[in-house]
Design a protein around this ligand. Structure first.
Ligand code: SF4
Length: 865
């Protein structure tokens, strides 16, 4: 380091002892206590005990993205949580006891005890308590006297460095030394940055003896004084440590950065130049690593060529500003404005060295200023810290968080690829948001194995039985052998966790041989006399269908007065979805035509809702409520909202749902809304028979389709959207932008009925997730429009096979998919039929603004695992 530069540091940066001059702050930073914690808490095999009231520890708990392989204590929070009496009488005894308990709980290598404003103000002698504790408990207990009022975060960083110099560095000797041992100072391993950097040093034969402090163990910090060279990664924060290592132990230092290709290569070279006196071959090894890495990086970056020429506004702090500028320039991105509120004069010098003397630096940065700069400079993105995220979300600006809250490492060559990926993904998200979804058409593949392994498919009769649960006082009779009825009832009950109506004709051998007609007639008569239902639904199993019985004739001959809907549901054809649709079509057959077609007028506020089988009972309820909020009177066919867990008591007939009388009389409805791709034929049937116009929503599980629903409701009701939905929409839009980074480039596999797969894919795609494959049980008309890379008719073994070949980040499947996911060690989100383990599945809402937001949060929760 040149003398001139060193002098500048002394005056403007971190070397002076004057609190005012220590580290320039222009506001917008946290306190010294936080700064000290940022540095020291990375030492993850040490406990970190905050001595103060709850705010200091509570507000900072898990707020930093530092990762560690050396322990877990950086993620544990200990505080004395002092109260009023402690403030009056002093809390030193309490602190001593807290140290004892912390040691017992954490079994740490050392304890760092942090003074805070209140304990600093009341004059707690933290230092002497720590000394006593060290003697009593036999492990280092180290005071960190950086209460927030002494200055900004940067001062806290420096105090932490002083603490390390006073109490830690030089207190242990390494068991082994090499000529290329280095110490990294000021690297905090945010999001695992070091994982992308350390292998490069390792390949160049350079050993990182000590990390101060990202991914550090206590002992390696103790041994830092035996390093041959120091790399100062965040120049401003811990320059005092590097300087003292040079003064006390003769270890040279250089400032380096790991962000971007240029800086990473420069960092490797800088370290090699300092080490060459100990190992003459180090430069050659480093050059070889740089050659290989830069060549493969160049190749990999080709896929981000579209970023070249994009324009960025940058607002981050300290060393990050200039090094991120360099990283962006490595990607061909032009930096059109830089906020320097948190930068030192030295940082600014460096920025000018990179961007030229006319560098667009803006000290007086504010949200309004950022917005203005983006607009005036025609910027394509904002690169900043997480605190500016809200601004980007509100303004619809592509955004990448480069600060401590980020989730991806950006250091090293691989980190530059991550950064490029994040920027690209963010830009693409907003581009997707702007353009309307173009219809897609894919080829539907079939798994041709002659066996279903871990089937995804359910029978038509199950689908039909579900639909009939949505009719009030319906009795469902399954015409078949006893097992179908019994197992079907167990399955439905386990899924809905509610009593379901499902009886059976219980065919036995003699019925199969002689015919089961008697059995059906008897069952119908018995059902009518005992249960007195408003409707009897007859669903037929494969057994009855194969026997070729004339079910219609038998129903007629049963001579009962209760209306009967018969739905052929052989289990050798179709699946749950087809059975459900068949049942709905059967129900529509009950609607009585209007008496006088000439003088007939549709009831202006009555509409028919046709919810598909993919809607949860909670969804059906939500859809009805939305329609009612527009002053409409929806008749839901079937009204499966009654299966949301609200059924009380036990009844052999279904309870809740649409009344048969209401169903029969709904030919005067003015409009039909079909919710689900499979419901189009039912809507068409209403148009043909009753002249009721319709609109089909293949999916209500994304923003665009929800918008379309609300626009339609405004049109058919003549009323504006109620303000609470406008609010829900704003929340969803912000939430989507917020969560886009979590979903971006995540690879998901779906295994579920086609209609649900359609919905999930339509939910995930706009978020930037890639639906690698949708495994569906049955080929449907609209399967080719599922927005997945591959749509495959198969089973859960198909899912497992595909996922093994190319493991996704998440599997979304029914309860049975959990097994496959566990075997593959892939997180699973349980959704579909059956969903035994998904808490609140049946009352959950996945449609409309509120439901979409809820679904995204649930899925994001699983992705984070
Ligand atoms: S300013 Fe003081 S009270 Fe507030 S967090 Fe910092 S140390 Fe705690």
């Amino acid at each position: 380091m040149s003398v001139k530069r060193d002098e500048q540091l002394f005056v403007h940066s971190c070397r002076t002892d004057s609190a005012q001059g220590v580290c320039r702050t222009r506001g917008g930073e946290s306190c010294a206590f936080d700064g000290a914690m940022i540095v020291l808490q990375c030492i993850a095999d040490c406990a970190h005990l905050v001595h103060g009231p709850i705010a200091c520890a509570g507000n900072s708990y898990e707020s930093r993205g530092t990762l560690s392989h050396k322990g877990i204590l950086h993620r544990r929070s200990y505080t004395t949580d002092i109260g009023e009496l402690d403030i009056v009488y002093g809390a030193e005894q309490r602190l001593f006891k807290a140290i004892e308990l912390t040691i017992a709980d954490a079994r740490p290598q050392a304890v760092f005890v942090y003074a805070t404003c209140v304990t600093g103000l009341i004059g707690e002698d933290v230092r002497s308590v720590c000394r006593r504790a060290t003697e009593s408990f036999g492990i280092p207990v180290i005071p960190v006297e950086a209460p927030g009022f002494v200055g900004p975060k940067n001062l806290g960083n420096r105090i932490a460095g002083d603490v390390l110099l006073e109490f830690v560095i030089g207190t242990q000797e390494p068991p082994l030394q090499t000529p290329t041992d280095i110490v990294l100072v000021g690297e905090y391993n945010i999001a695992g940055d070091l994982d992308l950097v350390e292998p490069l040093f390792h390949r160049a034969g350079i050993r990182i003896l000590s990390r101060i402090t990202g991914n550090a163990s206590y002992s390696e910090v103790c041994q830092a004084h035996r390093a041959r060279a120091t790399g100062v990664v965040c120049g401003r924060a811990l320059i005092n440590v590097a300087r003292e290592l040079e003064v006390r132990y003769g270890i040279p230092f250089r400032e380096i950065s790991f962000y971007g290709r240029t800086e990473m290569s420069r960092a490797l070279r800088s370290m090699a130049e300092m080490l060459v006196v100990h190992d003459p071959a180090v430069i050659e090894r480093v050059e070889s690593v740089i050659r290989d890495e830069e060549a493969s990086l160049q190749e990999e970056l080709r896929r981000y060529d579209h970023l070249k020429g994009k324009r960025a506004v940058l607002y981050t702090g300290g060393v990050k500003s200039w090094s991120i500028i360099q990283a962006l320039m490595d990607l061909g991105i032009e930096v059109v404005a830089v906020g320097t509120k948190k930068s030192t004069y030295e940082d600014e010098e460096k920025m000018k060295a990179i961007l030229g003397p006319d560098a667009p630096l803006y000290e007086n940065i504010s949200p309004a200023m950022i917005r203005k700069l983006i607009r005036e400079e025609g910027a394509d993105m904002l690169i900043a810290g997480g605190r500016n995220l809200y601004l980007a979300i509100k303004e619809g600006i592509p955004f990448v968080d480069v600060n401590q809250e980020r989730h991806l490492p950006y250091a090293g060559y691989a980190g530059l690829l991550n950064l490029a990926g994040e920027i690209s993904q963010s830009i693409q998200y907003y581009e997707r948001e702007k353009r309307a979804n173009a219809p897609i058409k894919r080829e539907v593949e079939k798994d041709l194995r002659p066996v279903l392994i871990n089937p995804l498919k359910h029978s038509m009769s199950i689908g039909a039985a579900i639909a009939f649960q949505g009719i009030d006082r319906a009795s469902v009779v399954m015409h078949g052998a006893q097992g179908c009825n019994f197992l079907g009832k167990v399955l439905l009950t386990a899924h809905f966790k509610d009593p379901v109506s499902l009886n059976g004709t219980k065919l036995f051998v003699e019925d199969v041989v002689m015919g089961g007609a008697d059995r059906l007639r008897d069952t119908l008569r018995e059902t009518e006399s005992k249960e007195r239902p408003d409707l009897i639904a007859v669903v037929t199993s494969g057994l009855a269908e194969v026997r070729g019985e004339d079910i219609v004739l038998e129903i007629r001959e049963a001579g009962i007065s209760t209306p009967v809907v018969h739905v052929p549901t052989p289990d050798y054809s179709g699946g749950l979805e087809e059975g459900y649709v068949a049942a709905v079509l059967g129900l529509l057959g009950l609607i009585e035509p209007v008496a006088d077609e000439q003088s007939f007028e549709h009831a202006s506020r009555k509409i028919i809702l046709l919810p598909g089988s993919s809607l949860t009972p909670g969804d059906v309820n939500e859809l009805q409520l939305i329609c009612e909020d527009f002053g409409l009177n929806p008749v839901c066919i079937p009204d499966t909202s009654c299966l949301d867990g609200s059924r009380a008591g036990h009844s052999p007939v279904s309870v809740g749902g649409v009344a048969v009388s209401e169903l029969i009389g709904c030919a005067d409805a003015s409009f039909t809304i079909a919710a689900g791709a499979s419901m189009a034929p039912a809507a068409e049937r209403l148009l043909e028979r009753h002249r009721i116009p319709f609109e089909v929503f293949a999916c209500l599980s994304n923003l665009n389709e929800s918008d379309r629903l609300f626009t339609l409701l405004e049109r058919i009701s003549g009323r504006p959207t109620p303000s609470r939905y406008e609010r829900q929409r704003r929340v969803l839009r912000d939430g989507m932008r917020d969560m886009a980074v979590r979903f971006g480039r995540k690879r998901v596999m779906l295994a579920m009925d086609a209609e649900r797969a359609f919905q999930l894919a339509a939910l995930l795609r706009p978020m930037g997730a890639c639906v690698e494959a949708a495994i569906i049980p049955v080929a449907t008309d609209y399967a080719c429009m599922i927005d997945a890379e591959r749509v495959i008719v198969g089973d859960l073994a198909t899912l497992e096979e595909r996922a093994r070949l190319s493991p996704p980040d998440l599997i979304i499947a029914n309860s049975h998919g959990r097994q496959a996911a566990e075997r593959l060690s892939v997180p699973v989100f349980e959704w579909g039929f059956p969903a035994f383990e998904q808490p609140g599945f049946n009352s959950s809402v996945s449609i409309g603004y509120r439901g979409v937001m809820d679904m995204l949060c649930r899925i994001a929760g699983q992705l984070a695992h």
